[in-house]
Design a protein around this ligand. Structure first.
Ligand SMILES: CC(C)(COP(=O)(O)OP(=O)(O)OC[C@H]1O[C@@H](n2cnc3c(N)ncnc32)[C@H](O)[C@@H]1OP(=O)(O)O)[C@@H](O)C(=O)NCCC(=O)NCCS
Length: 168
């Protein structure tokens, strides 16, 4: 049974171990130096603490038998849109529906707060089917984008834009 819930700050240390493992093993398109840079700087423990406290980010964690095995990190709503920074599942647990369950839980979470759109990018062609399967559309392509890698933009409209929410 996959359990998905929001990460609480008190569980940040446990989460960071899995975050580091997934970044280190799951993104062969990123060099070791780039992964070190991301973990040490833009996604360091301090940054996580600050962004989670300020409600800029939220993390959905996926557990199997109480073990954290995957996560999705997204921005809270701006203009009715939520951007997913990262989604990943431990290698040994991939292919069991955990990634799709995380995308579904993100969608539910954003619908609940009145958002109308989900967006993300991928820098690896092999992930495309994963997003298409979840109802995302490819909405763009950028050549030699972030960190010098090609980049595919994906989006999914999940409702009508609601000015009463995003202009509040
Ligand atoms: C991409 C990822 C999150 C998918 O998670 P997962 O739990 O293995 O995926 P699921 O089991 O829910 O669904 C996989 C479905 O998508 C398809 N798929 C397409 N690309 C895939 C990929 N790169 N990895 C796994 N499944 C993929 C599978 O065929 C499968 O379909 P099926 O159920 O009909 O066989 C996981 O492989 C991962 O963590 N990869 C490394 C990190 C990464 O690339 N993250 C995305 C960055 S943009």
């Amino acid at each position: 049974m996959i359990k998905i819930e929001k990460l609480k700050l008190e569980n940040l240390a446990e989460f960071l171990l899995v975050f580091k493992e997934i970044l280190t093993t799951g993104f062969p398109e990123y060099s070791a130096a780039l992964v070190d840079f991301l973990i040490g700087k833009d996604y360091s423990a301090t940054v996580f603490e600050e962004k989670l406290k300020n409600n800029q980010w939220f993390v959905l964690k996926a557990s199997l038998e109480n073990q954290l095995v995957g996560f999705l990190l997204a921005d809270n709503l701006y203009g009715g849109v939520s951007y997913c920074n990262w989604v990943g599942v431990l290698e040994k647990c991939q292919g069991q529906g955990i990634g799709q369950a995380l995308l579904g839980a993100w969608e539910e979470e954003i619908k609940k707060v009145g958002g109308h759109k989900l967006t993300l990018i991928t820098q690896s062609r092999k992930n495309m089917d994963f997003y298409l399967k979840a109802g995302f559309k490819q909405e763009g392509f950028e050549e030699k984008s972030w960190f010098g890698l090609d980049c595919w933009l994906y989006g999914k409209v999940i409702g009508d834009p609601k000015p009463e929410i995003f202009l509040k």
